[in-house]
Design a protein around this ligand. Structure first.
Ligand SMILES: Nc1ncnc2c1ncn2[C@@H]1O[C@H](COP(=O)(O)OP(=O)(O)O)[C@@H](O)[C@H]1O
Ligand SMILES: [Mg+2]
Length: 322
């Protein structure tokens, strides 16, 4: 359908003094795709998006944006919009005035005021369109930044951690806007330090860890990278279930580290391949033990993220950031 890559990076290196922020990164984003960059803090996501936006130049490697090679000169390529590290907004102006000012700067003043109102509605800011941006929450700023980026009708939209500060309703709104944009043929590249932000939205993800790509491809393939998972079972007979689990080949009982919750003294947590879990379930049923709950302790995508990036922190950080 789309003959070219909207983003094509090869062996991109970017250093800041002694810090190697990007260490030979390849990235392919097909036109019309929503592509997620995932990785823990410091992985290099913002640096890479900054290169795509032309805010900095790579030290080595090549980068093509919308089919054009990025040179040494710092400039946003034609058809590209977005921001890293939060959008640049005028705090004393209202949301609507911010967008109108952007249009005015491009010499388009009044002719598009209907479009501005429509955009503000789409990102869920209609009711606060007359309020000064100074009083906006992080999530409201993110949404206004998105509207500002959409004003120019970008063919490639670049967003750094757009889900930061958004409540679930805001998140859904942003998802819808980005999905509509991609449906119209534009390409979206966005980042997050959380896998679950991106899983439902992205066609493909690239997982960065310490400046290197540790995975790139469709989300369902990433889930398959998680290897052995921990599964948590609640049964009608905890003691009997433990006995059955101990007799199941390739399966071992473990003590859950993450995801402890109420009733866990009754829970059985086992680790092993899916096939071994299937055998356990069959044997439990055969033994007349009812299974009341069964699921992975950590969702497969999150488990793959943790395994490939070698981090544990994000899962535990989850409660505090929401
Ligand atoms: N302007 C800068 N000066 C010095 N170091 C930087 C700068 N920008 C990023 N870094 C370093 O580069 C690495 C990658 O950072 P960044 O791209 O911001 O990661 P992420 O967005 O994934 O959290 C980090 O070690 C960070 O400290
Ligand atoms: Mg960042």
């Amino acid at each position: 359908m789309h003959p070219f890559d909207a983003v094509r990076a090869r062996s991109v290196v970017k250093t800041f003094g002694d810090v190697i922020a990007l260490d030979g990164v390849d990235l392919d984003v097909a036109a019309g795709q929503i592509h997620g960059l995932v990785g823990p803090n410091g992985a290099g996501k913002t640096t890479l998006l900054g290169l795509v936006l032309g805010l900095a130049a790579a030290d080595a490697g090549t980068l093509e944006i919308l089919g054009m090679p990025m040179g040494r000169a710092l400039s946003v390529a034609d058809g590209v919009a977005g921001f890293v590290d939060g959008p640049g907004l005028y705090p004393t102006l209202t949301a609507r005035q911010n967008l109108m000012t952007l249009l005015a700067l491009r010499g388009e003043r009044t002719s598009r005021s209907r479009e501005v109102d429509e955009l503000l509605g789409r990102v869920g800011l209609a009711e606060v369109s007359g309020d000064a941006v100074r009083g906006f929450s992080l999530g409201m700023r993110q949404r206004l930044g998105l509207a500002a980026a959409l004003l120019g009708g970008p063919r490639l939209l670049v967003l750094d951690e757009p889900a930061n500060g958004l409540d679930p309703a805001g998140r859904r709104q942003v998802h819808d806007v980005l999905t509509d944009l991609a449906d119209s043929g534009a390409t979206v590249v966005l980042s997050s330090h959380r896998m679950d932000d991106l899983a439902s939205l992205c066609d493909e993800v690239t997982l960065l860890s310490a400046g290197r790509v540790v995975f790139s491809g469709p989300v369902h393939k990433l889930a398959a990278e998680s290897g052995e998972l921990d599964y948590r079972l609640i049964t009608s007979d905890p003691e009997g279930a433990r006995g059955v689990a101990d007799g199941t080949p390739s399966l071992r009982r473990v003590t859950a580290r993450n995801g402890s919750r109420q009733g866990d003294e009754q829970a059985l947590v086992v680790r092993g391949p899916e096939a071994a879990l299937d055998r356990l379930v069959a044997q439990l049923i055969g033994a007349g033990i009812a299974i009341r709950e069964l699921g992975p302790v950590v969702p497969p995508l999150e488990a793959a993220f943790l395994a490939l990036t070698g981090t544990e922190a994000d899962i535990n950080a989850e409660e505090t950031t929401r």
